[in-house]
Design a protein around this ligand. Structure first.
Ligand code: HEC
Length: 107
């Protein structure tokens, strides 16, 4: 009896813990984007990019593979164009940015 109650509790807890961890990550990604990327990119759902050539993050998936961006953030994003400085993030930061970028995709 007691054990089955425990199993039920665990089954209820695990998905919500995973969800909580995910939203912590999304929040951290939003913070990183605001700090490092918002000087040029639109980082929210409705804002416009400060740098005219910088794509809005919510439309990024139309241009690039977000998994690829995560890997490149780890390895040192970017070359590509002179206007954008290079960023190198920890694995956790890259995951957070990736989770945030995923969470805002769509027009
Ligand atoms: C100083 C301005 C500036 C900052 C700061 C900046 N970007 Fe950019 N970024 C640009 C511009 C301009 C482009 C468009 C480049 C092009 O079209 O060739 C761009 C393009 C991109 C692209 C698409 C092209 C590619 O190489 O995949 C990604 C992804 C990207 N930026 C991510 C980021 C992230 C993540 C941050 C913050 C950690 C960031 N950028 C900060 C200016 C900036």
């Amino acid at each position: 009896m007691r054990r089955s109650a425990l199993v039920v509790t665990a089954a209820l807890l695990v998905p919500s813990l995973a969800g909580a961890e995910e939203s912590v990550r999304v929040r951290e990604g939003r913070r990183l984007a605001a700090e490092f990327c918002s000087p040029c990119h639109a980082v929210g759902k409705t804002d416009a990019s400060a740098h005219p050539a910088a794509p809005a993050f919510r439309l990024l998936e139309q241009r690039v593979d977000l998994d690829d961006v995560r890997r490149r953030l780890r390895g040192g994003l970017f070359a590509g164009h002179a206007d954008m400085p290079q960023f190198k993030m920890t694995r956790e930061q890259a995951r957070a940015m990736h989770a945030y970028l995923r969470s805002i995709q769509g027009p």
